[in-house]
Design a protein around this ligand. Structure first.
Ligand code: NAD
Length: 416
């Protein structure tokens, strides 16, 4: 394996804590801390100016013990093998916590999509897929969207793979357009999952969700749907911020109007239904629930001491630094970790894959009912584990994940 970097090291730190509590045997420990497969490819693309550029792409299948690797593909100038490997490991634990039959994978291409034309992006996507074609497939590895990739990129991946195997294969990727075998309810799935675990946490803590004050950082896919659905079950969304600024209203924001405003203006900043709020001031608000749903490393020791919320639901991946997390846990803040809180997205991706393989598609209600059941089960598994071992929910989520992958690894035995 290539040298570990600091992102993979951060994953290992979380893993080790849980593995020690579980008294995991050294052999399984070693297996679960090594990526199964790391693929590096060079993708030549003829650019619009006639020049040929070569882009580096990665696909890591961290662990495929429970099923095909599952995880997104990101297009970003900062993509590295270290980052992709750590993200693939996190997907392994997320799928195991969600209790779906997938392993963990992740992919990325080092590129700046903001400076590329649609034709260049299509050519790059198709070449990348051609380079990793033997490694992916419905039974092997099922990519999905991530940073700077979307439904259109998934459609190109599905088409390229299908052309290579000689028949239409919808189940090779998830996050596809509905017309191409996507699932109803997938777009809202992560936010819906955030709403469900927040509601369950409030119930556990004896906090009435009706009228509970909620602040949300990020008003994209995850943040906006979380806010809208929590509003629907009676919570009061008092604050929302995004990349540009934010808005506060102690009586509660009108989320539907805010959504229309954000769609038109591409920001919630200067929304007339409240007063201006900065990202820095969001953290210290007098609220019951705080939902970071934007970027990683947002809750740090600079702002964690100011947090008054009883529940922090990590809609984003990695929004809380380890020291801030420790601080919040010690103060009794109920932090619902990312690998549980935002697992609604991958759970409905699993439903999409199931529907594609069946060739039979569910009504949206059925998707939502099944998601609700899976999220409640996952929340209960993690909560009971945290009570049993007297640990925070993040460590508990790792314990659940490591136990599941470890048990199957032991049962399958060593092939040598
Ligand atoms: P998105 O691009 O739709 O929205 C991101 C939001 O964050 C936007 O409102 C943006 O304005 C805001 N933002 C960006 N920079 C900011 C800054 N510096 N300060 C405050 N706000 C900022 O993305 P998304 O799909 O909603 O994803 C958000 C997070 O959730 C990411 O960490 C992502 O990895 C994670 N996640 C998403 C899904 C999914 O299904 N979309 C699933 C699991 C995890």
């Amino acid at each position: 394996m290539a040298e570990h970097g600091h992102i993979f090291a951060a994953m290992l730190q979380e893993f080790d804590l849980a593995a020690r509590i579980l008294k995991l045997e050294p052999g399984i420990w070693r297996i679960l801390t090594h990526p199964k497969r790391q693929i590096i490819v060079s993708c030549p693309v003829q650019m619009d100016n006639g020049e040929i550029e070569v882009f580096t792409g990665y696909r890591v299948q961290y662990n495929i013990t429970l099923g095909p690797a599952k995880g997104g593909i990101r297009f970003h100038p900062d993509v590295s093998l270290d980052e992709v490997t750590a993200l693939a490991a996190w997907m392994t634990w997320k799928c195991a916590v969600a209790h779906i039959p997938f392993g963990g994978g992740k992919g990325g291409i080092v590129c700046d999509p903001t400076r590329m034309s649609k034709r260049e992006l299509e050519a790059l996507t198709r070449r990348y897929v051609a380079e990793i074609i033997d490694a992916i497939g419905p039974e092997k590895d099922v990519p999905a969207p991530d940073v700077n990739t979307n439904e259109q990129v998934m459609a190109w991946i599905m088409d390229t793979y299908s052309m290579h195997v000689g028949h239409t294969s919808t189940a090779v990727v998830t996050g596809k357009p509905i017309e191409l075998g996507g699932s109803l309810g997938r777009r809202e799935a992560t936010g819906r999952g955030v709403m469900i675990v927040t509601r369950e946490a409030a119930r556990h803590l004896g906090l009435n969700i009706t009228g509970a004050r909620v602040a949300v950082q990020g008003f994209g896919n995850v943040g906006s749907v979380s806010a809208a659905l929590l509003g629907e079950i009676g919570a009061k969304i008092v604050a929302v911020t995004d990349w540009k600024g934010g808005v506060y209203n102690e009586k509660g924001l009108d989320v539907a109007t805010l959504l229309e405003y954000a769609r038109a203006k591409k920001t919630v900043d200067e929304f007339p239904g409240g007063t201006a709020l900065s990202n820095e001031d969001l953290w210290g608000l007098d609220v019951d629930v705080l939902i970071p749903a934007a970027l990683e490393n947002q809750i740090t020791m600079d702002n964690a001491p100011a947090i008054k919320a009883r529940i922090v639901t990590e809609g984003a991946n990695g929004p809380t630094t380890p020291d801030a997390h420790k601080h919040l846990h010690e103060r009794g803040v109920f932090v619902i970790p990312d690998i549980l809180a935002n697992s609604g997205g991958v759970t409905v991706s699993y439903f999409e894959w199931v529907q594609d393989r069946y060739g039979y598609f569910w009504e949206e209600d059925e998707v939502n009912t099944r998601l609700e059941k899976k999220m409640i089960e996952a929340f209960d598994d993690v909560l009971q584990t945290s009570l049993k071992y007297t640990v925070d929910l993040r460590t508990a989520a790792y314990i659940v994940a490591i136990s599941r992958v470890g048990t199957v690894t032991r049962m399958r035995g060593m092939y040598a």
